[in-house]
Design a protein around this ligand. Structure first.
Ligand code: SAH
Ligand code: SF4
Ligand code: F3S
Length: 496
């Protein structure tokens, strides 16, 4: 065997290329991150290897992701570590040796789904006692959830939160070496640990975290409590990570943050989100840039200008409005009025007439009347959204809205929700139909789920189009004629 590698001697950029089988794990672990985690990966790898040899087959891991793109990206990081230590990824919980739920708690139905599926995992574990179960993500940052799992779901092996995800390898080792439930939740962190392995879901596109946490404290929202205070990543590190992704075949990136418009404000050398976009624009080989999510209050003229002049930033803006009534917007602590929001939309449309606008809307916030919902519907009519995600208000313990009086009765909420949904769908269909007959650029993403002779492509404005093409085109940009509109998507053909 070749000589051992001491991780203490390896610089961070080289860590991903280290052969973990050659790492010296007889010494104590390095003190610094992320070297320390590579040490634990090497140790876990030995354990997985010997277990796999004993069973005469690979060990399988299954990650289920709930929630938003942040969680999806986190799951890619978890899978990166699991792959490094020797697990093979599977979609099937029933064949897995290790199941991880990366949870979301933004609305109660997300939590209920997790509890429901934990019941199923319990029965699986009775049949396969060696099955390991881990829970992580936003839901785990709530003490009431931890208490409930400790009490009623004692078969869970490992629980960790959003702030210490980077030490997954270390936690795994603890799990392998102990029989009791391991619970490690941090309340807050100012650490950002990157340069850990990532196993991307798509070869040609990738999410990339530019910031973590949120400082906005919209009164209904639990995210600031479970994701902590806003922290921006260093712009050079972001650019460097995207360069690496491009070298690895990525043509489209999605810059991720709960409120990307306040990116960079708290860095030692402050920089705006628009300035970051300009830097990303200059990366050779990168074709498309998306970002998520923009808070309307912080969206600057500078950003509109940069988007307008960009060749790479997609013609799509997700601009959550949440409500149309000024009284409700104020109670939500959104810090803009309906008029300000509409004026912003006008400004954006004037600069980029072809931009697609999408939004998030909540119905049933405490005190909301049918007249308030009418105000929201009015916004939908005026803005003409290309798509809108509509949610029924969910009471989140610990948020200011949860203790507000006048919680709206369910039937009233339902009625308002249905009225709004109809308007949203009618508008979206009208908007979609406008593109009939146009030729647009699409990124070929995958084989069509229903018809394998078709490929599914995504337009710059985020709309999907299905067209005959070979699978070899996946990851390429093609010109597609939008022949037939089917409500929210098109079928078409490639223009060679
Ligand atoms: N940071 C993003 C949103 C993250 S949560 C932003 O500010 O736009 C995604 C969406 O979930 C929100 O836009 C909101 O519409 C919805 N949401 C958040 N909390 C909710 C709650 N308590 N009940 C219902 N919907 C909620
Ligand atoms: Fe939640 Fe508001 Fe932050 Fe979005 S901006 S994550 S809705 S608190
Ligand atoms: Fe859910 Fe957490 Fe995202 S609560 S929406 S997974 S930030």
């Amino acid at each position: 065997m070749d000589s051992y590698i001491d991780l203490k001697d390896i610089v961070t950029e080289e860590l991903k290329h280290v052969d973990l089988d050659r790492v010296n794990v007889t010494c104590s672990p390095p003190d610094v991150e992320p070297q320390r985690q590579y040490y634990f990966m090497a140790k876990c790898r030995q354990i997985v290897k010997s277990e796999s040899e004993r069973l005469g087959r690979p060990l399988y891991a299954c990650i289920q992701t709930f929630g938003c793109q942040m969680n999806a990206r986190d799951s890619e990081k978890l899978l990166g570590i699991l792959t490094q230590i020797g697990y093979v990824s599977t979609q099937e919980e029933s064949e897995a040796d290790f199941v991880i739920y990366n949870t979301c708690t933004v609305r109660d139905n997300a939590n209920q789904r997790v509890y429901g599926r934990l019941g199923f995992l319990n029965s699986l574990k009775r049949q396969r006692p060696h099955l390991k179960i881990a829970l992580c993500g936003c839901m785990m940052q709530e003490q009431t959830v931890i208490d409930k799992i400790r009490k009623s779901y004692r078969f869970v092996d490992l629980i960790f939160g959003t702030h210490n995800l980077f030490k997954f390898a270390q936690l795994l080792l603890t799990m392998f070496e102990n029989r009791d439930m391991i619970v490690d939740i941090w309340q807050e962190t100012d650490q950002i640990v990157e340069e850990l392995p990532v196993n991307r879901k798509y070869p040609y596109k990738s999410g990339i975290n530019i910031m973590f946490g949120c400082n906005n404290f919209c009164s209904y929202c639990i995210v600031p409590y479970v994701r902590g205070r806003e922290r921006s990543r260093d712009p050079q590190e972001i650019v460097q990570e995207i360069r690496q992704l491009v070298a690895d075949g990525v043509v489209e990136v999605m810059l991720l943050g709960q409120n990307v418009n306040s990116y960079g404000k708290n860095l030692d050398e402050p920089i705006t989100f628009a300035q970051l976009l300009s830097k990303v624009e200059q990366i050779d080989g990168l074709k498309r840039i998306r970002f998520m999510t923009s808070h309307p209050r912080d969206l600057s003229d500078e950003l509109i200008e940069v988007m307008k002049n960009s060749k790479k930033i997609c013609r799509h803006l997700h601009l959550p409005v949440q409500a149309g009534s000024d009284r409700i917007l104020q109670a939500m602590n959104r810090r803009y009025t309906k008029a300000q929001y509409l004026a912003l939309v006008d400004k954006i449309r004037a600069a980029m007439p072809d931009i697609a606008l999408t939004t998030d809307i909540i119905v049933g916030f405490p005190g909301e009347t049918p007249e308030d919902v009418e105000e929201t519907i009015d916004v939908v009519r005026r803005v003409q959204y290309d798509n809108a995600f509509t949610f029924i208000y969910s009471k989140r313990t610990g948020t200011p809205a949860s203790v507000m009086e006048n919680q709206v009765p369910e039937d009233v909420v339902r009625e308002g929700f249905d009225r709004l949904l109809k308007e949203v769908q009618d508008t979206a269909k009208r908007r979609a139909a406008l593109l009939q007959g146009q030729v647009m650029e699409a990124l070929v993403e995958e084989v069509n789920e229903q018809d394998a002779s078709l490929m599914t492509g995504r337009l710059s404005n985020n709309m999907l189009v299905h067209f005959p093409a070979p699978a070899t085109l996946i990851g390429q940009l093609v010109q597609v004629s939008l022949d037939t509109c089917h409500g929210f998507y098109y079928t078409g053909h490639i223009i060679s």
